[in-house]
Design a protein around this ligand. Sequence first.
Ligand SMILES: NC(=O)c1ccc[n+]([C@@H]2O[C@H](COP(=O)([O-])OP(=O)(O)OC[C@H]3O[C@@H](n4cnc5c(N)ncnc54)[C@H](O)[C@@H]3O)[C@@H](O)[C@H]2O)c1
Length: 440
Amino acid sequence: MARLTIFGAGYVGLVTGACFAELGHDVSVRDIVQEKIDALRRGEVPIFESGLDELLTKNAERLRFTTDVRDALEGAEFVFICVDTPPLYSGDADLSRVWTVIDELPAETSATVVMKSTVPVGTGDKVRAALDARGLASLGYVSNPEFTAEGTAVRDFLHPDRIVIGAFDDSDGNAVEALHTGIDAPVVRADVNSAEMIKLAANAFLVTRISFINEIANVCELVGADVLRVAEGVGLDHRLGPHFLRAGLGWGGSCFPKDSMALKQLAANSGYHFQLLNAVIEVNELQKRRVIQKLEKHIGKLRGKTIALLGLAFKPHTDDMRDAPSLVLASRLLAEGAEVRAWDPVAEPELQGVTLFDTPLEAVTGADAAVIVTEWPQLTQLASEDVRSAMRHPLIVDGRNLLDPAAVRAAGFAYEGIGRAVSPLDVLPETAEREPELGR
Ligand SMILES: NC(=O)c1ccc[n+]([C@@H]2O[C@H](COP(=O)([O-])OP(=O)(O)OC[C@H]3O[C@@H](n4cnc5c(N)ncnc54)[C@H](O)[C@@H]3O)[C@@H](O)[C@H]2O)c1
């Protein structure tokens, strides 16, 4: 069994650390945020990730947490870089935290450096050159991108679709591959540039599928088709498959927006206009805003109206608010002059102008519309008598096609999904008295 040091106790670092400990390795996790490390030492997990708590507790004997670099690196054979690489204003990935880690490695380090953070193609070459320049030429360098999805990250890590290993030197790649013994998955061995590109291309392809089905949904609305049936029929084609064909109000999160933007900029910086990816990103920006038109269709201008946003995290089973579509939606509603109430079971963001409530029922009380922004399972029973009588207008805009439109309508609500056929039942009596179109 090996000794691993993980830099970064975030979503990826903690899952990586806990899972490698589960595989039997000794792991020390280093972060620069003292409170995070203190919490982890007390046995508290600073993020919400299904199954992580249990795994950290189960493997506590093989896990150490520290803020001190030398302490973290004691006896380390592998250094995993799992720090954040957020977008810069230009859309390029900000690698400053990666470079800090490289600079922090003491001269006597003998560990192989493994990059799990998502980085632009060419980063490995630059890190290799920087290590060489620092007299650390003997250190191995391996790109081992991470494909886990938040909410299912522990399962994804232990049962991945594939493990990607890009190395300058085969023996370094072999050593990193051996760390994964116990995980049954195909291993893709590649050069470092290709390994880096696999990660970016995979995310770009996933968002392309979502934006594609969202556009199909938008056309479905115009021509009277139902995108759920369309996606089912399309997805059963073995050449296409069913995944990432769920229409909704747009994709977000800590990875998709920044990684697609980073690939777009990487291409542009290299002299290539990535036309398809540009369109995919733009479709998503427009998709997040379409909810406004759907609300206005039913309740008229939104100034003075009360809208309840149900679900704020970028997807269910996580508390991650990074680039969540709810942020754009809340801002658009506030800009239209609406009052915004919101509920999420785990995310508790401080959103200026938005009032948070503990239950969906409290959030929808007095609301002119409820918008399902994140498909939390708690919302499957939303179309209840309690909710209907608590709302000023019984209108549900189902931004994730979570509910059965017929059942919602039968329960006395107007329903608007994404790419669903429209029903005459959906016209609220009040829409006849819409406010006049006042200029703003
Ligand atoms: N979140 C995901 O599901 C996911 C999935 C695949 C890949 N990734 C990629 O993995 C990387 C990490 O993502 P994340 O979501 O875990 O980020 P995160 O923000 O949750 O965690 C990063 C952690 O690194 C710490 N850090 C910063 N500088 C450090 C340093 N010098 N030493 C030690 N720790 C330091 C931060 O304090 C933070 O706790 C990113 O490049 C991301 O794109 C993320």
